[in-house]
Design a binder for this molecule. Structure first.
Ligand code: NDP
Ligand code: AOF
Length: 613
């Protein structure tokens, strides 16, 4: 008999937190044991709380690394450890104040001599040391870190900086090795699972969700499926959508269900992109998903499929992306390039089986409804996987069960959350400038997401700029993105346009600013300034010039790229970005190179970039 294939979904490396977490053990004298156990219990408690705090931002803006900070100091007068917390904060979104700064501000003077608990090492780099300096200035004397940063250009940097400042830094698994930390580390891993999967496997964290009857069907044999699960369960699905960058279904689900796939649980929350995978492009001309006012839609298809319909959908604002051979892995690589951290698969069994076979599904959420529909041909959640024996079944791990009204929700991982700690070299082992050079051309430096090596070049990076607003008054724009989006509507003599500028100024994150700017531009094109197409490059240049002159460490970073071509690696923005296959115009990269030349030309004489006016 041939050997059974290796169970699907089990990744070879890297190590996981389910494995041997704490290989080294220290022996302590018995008299220390009790007090040490108590302090470990407190440390583990506050670390879990930091992870909980970090999770608060999920679903408010586009998924991003989740950072939480809890500052605590023992209070002699109370045993209630919750009362020890003097400050806490979380990163709401990329480009907004960091968790450490918010916690330190809340703690004020109480932070002196206290301990700060961080679920994840801060992503301070290239002179941006806001997180570290916030803790130093606040006067904390000890920092407990749950996880070192998984991205290698950030890993160890903040820890090293803190130690240089004389702060005691204890890292779980290295300096803190008691059993008590295992659960706390688990919380830290879960809250940043998307980032960890992305860093380890170069695909977004993928969750397969389905609702099935007690007899294992996801629809009646006619294909009718509304609804299997109850209202409360469907509310939970909206939350899951809000935590994802994209939602995927197959063409058949579009034909049969005409879904909307929006996150409708909160007003103004994060709206994920909807992706339809269809090889045939045999899709309806009218469908809810083609209404891009609700949310952006991409159809991923096979090269050459029904170009006539492709054009019709493109006219409605739907993006069509062609693949040589449409398959889940290539679509996931595409999503990775697009910067997505987390994807929710809401497809039927055929596509689900294909995605599981391609080993791109990491977690499953299965809703069980207490009803029976029957039907030999009624669809089931996962189609053919080619397994012949029950011993080949994929065992879910870290399984949880929860009752949701009359339904039951079971969730579990198909493979362990990758803990990259043992795999990635620390910052001491890698050069200080590690340009993520493109494998194709050695002199190309790509940047896109703020967590990339040169992510500070991106317009979402947290570097405020002070430039005049629509009234000519100096205003501090939180990011270049805020400035750029608002200027689509500046100087338009219309109260609604002025309101939009105000709305963008107050946007809590660059993502929100971009969403408001883009949606209003699409929905109310008459409010966009008439000279926008001819002015937008000047607006952008003014903003980035101001950004680099205001933050000198960025100038240093820009100059360190001399001789390299800078490319904004956006696979979809063909004006500012370089596109998927270099077909984009890359105007943002070009402007940065122009600025670099300008600085190199003037640096000897003035020593700084000219002030933007
Ligand atoms: N209860 C629940 O949770 C859910 C129930 N459903 C139900 O499931 C049924 C649809 O199931 P099913 O047809 O399996 O679902 P899907 O439409 O989600 O998936 C199959 C389709 O995906 C497209 N596809 C693209 N690439 C691939 C690939 N590599 N492998 C496989 N498919 C690919 C094809 O579209 P094309 O034919 O256009 O080329 C194919 O027909 C419906 O009755 C629906 O109501 C669906 C989702 C959730
Ligand atoms: N039938 C079914 C689900 N089906 C999924 O939800 C989609 C419809 O979403 P929307 O149009 O946004 O409400 C549908 O196409 C399919 O992907 N989900 C569930 O949680 N429970 C259910 O019983």
């Amino acid at each position: 008999m041939p050997p059974s294939p290796r169970p699907l979904g089990v990744a070879p490396a890297p190590a996981s937190y389910s494995l041997n977490l704490f290989p080294r053990r220290r022996c302590l004298p018995a008299r220390h044991a009790v007090s040490m156990a108590a302090s470990h219990a407190h440390d583990a408690h506050f670390l879990r709380r930091a992870a909980d705090v970090a999770d608060r931002s999920a679903g408010l803006a586009s998924p991003h690394p989740n950072f939480g900070c809890v500052i605590a100091r023992p209070q002699l007068e109370t045993d209630d450890v919750e009362a020890w917390v003097v400050g806490e904060g979380y990163l709401y979104s990329q480009g907004t104040p960091c968790a450490e700064l918010l916690a330190a501000e809340e703690a004020g003077e109480h932070a002196r001599g206290a301990t700060a608990y961080l679920n994840l090492e801060p992503d301070d780099c290239y002179g941006n040391s806001t997180a570290v300096s916030s803790l130093v200035q606040a006067g904390v004397t000890r920092v407990v870190v749950g996880l070192r940063h998984p991205l290698k250009h950030l890993r160890g940097k903040a820890i090293q900086l803190l130690r240089h400042q004389g702060i005691q830094v204890d890292v779980v698994g290295e300096d803190l090795q008691s059993k008590l930390f295992k659960e706390a580390l688990g919380s830290c891993l879960i809250v940043n699972a998307p980032l960890l999967y992305r860093a380890a496997f170069h695909v977004p964290f993928s969750v397969l969700k389905y609702a099935m009857t007690a007899d294992g069907k996801i629809a009646a044999s006619t294909g009718h499926a509304s609804w299997v699960s109850g209202k409360a369960s469907r509310g939970r699905v909206f939350e899951l959508r809000g935590r994802s960058d994209a939602i995927i279904v197959g063409g058949n689900t579009v034909r049969l269900d005409n879904p909307r796939l929006t996150a409708r649980h909160v007003k103004g929350g994060h709206v994920p992109v909807r992706i339809v995978m269809s090889q045939s492009f045999n899709l309806p001309e009218e469908a809810n998903l083609w209404n891009v006012h609700d949310a952006y839609t991409i159809v991923a298809t096979q090269r050459g499929a029904r170009r006539d319909l492709q054009k019709k959908l493109a006219m409605k604002g739907v993006e069509v992306v062609e693949f040589e051979m449409l398959n889940p892995r290539d679509v996931m690589s595409y999503c990775y390039d697009r910067g997505y951290l987390s994807v929710l698969w809401e497809c039927g069994g055929t596509l689900a089986a294909s995605a599981i076979s391609a080993r791109v599904i990491h977690k499953v959420y299965a809703f069980f409804a207490p009803k029976i529909i029957g039907g030999v041909n009624a669809p089931t959640p996962v189609g053919e996987l080619g397994m012949k024996q029950m011993t080949q079944a994929i065992d879910l791990i870290d399984v949880s069960y929860e009752q949701v009204d009359r339904d039951m929700l079971m969730s579990g991982f198909l493979q362990p959350i990758p803990d990259l700690s043992p795999v990635i070299p620390s910052v001491d082992e890698i050069p200080s400038v590690d340009p993520e050079v493109s494998p194709y051309e050695t002199n190309i430096i790509s940047f896109y997401k703020t967590w990339d090596t040169f992510g500070a070049f991106a317009n979402f990076s947290p570097h405020p700029i002070s430039l005049p607003d629509e009234n000519g008054d100096c205003f501090t724009w939180p990011t270049v993105e805020h400035y750029y989006q608002a200027h689509k509507f500046v100087s338009v003599d219309n109260p609604q346009a002025r309101d939009i500028v105000q709305e963008i100024k107050q946007a809590r994150s660059p993502e929100e600013a971009a969403r408001i700017g883009r949606t209003r531009q699409r929905e109310l094109p008459e409010l966009v300034r008439s000279d926008w197409e001819s002015t937008k490059i000047d607006v952008m240049y003014k903003a980035i010039k101001c950004k680099f002159s205001t933050h000198p460490h960025l100038t240093e970073m820009l100059l360190s790229t001399a001789g390299s071509v800078l490319v904004e690696a956006s696979p979809h923005d063909l004006f500012w970005g370089g596109g998927r296959e270099g077909e984009g115009l890359n105007y943002l990269g070009r402007l940065l190179m122009q600025l670099r030349s300008e600085i190199l030309g003037t640096v000897q004489t003035t020593g700084k970039i000219e002030e933007s006016t």
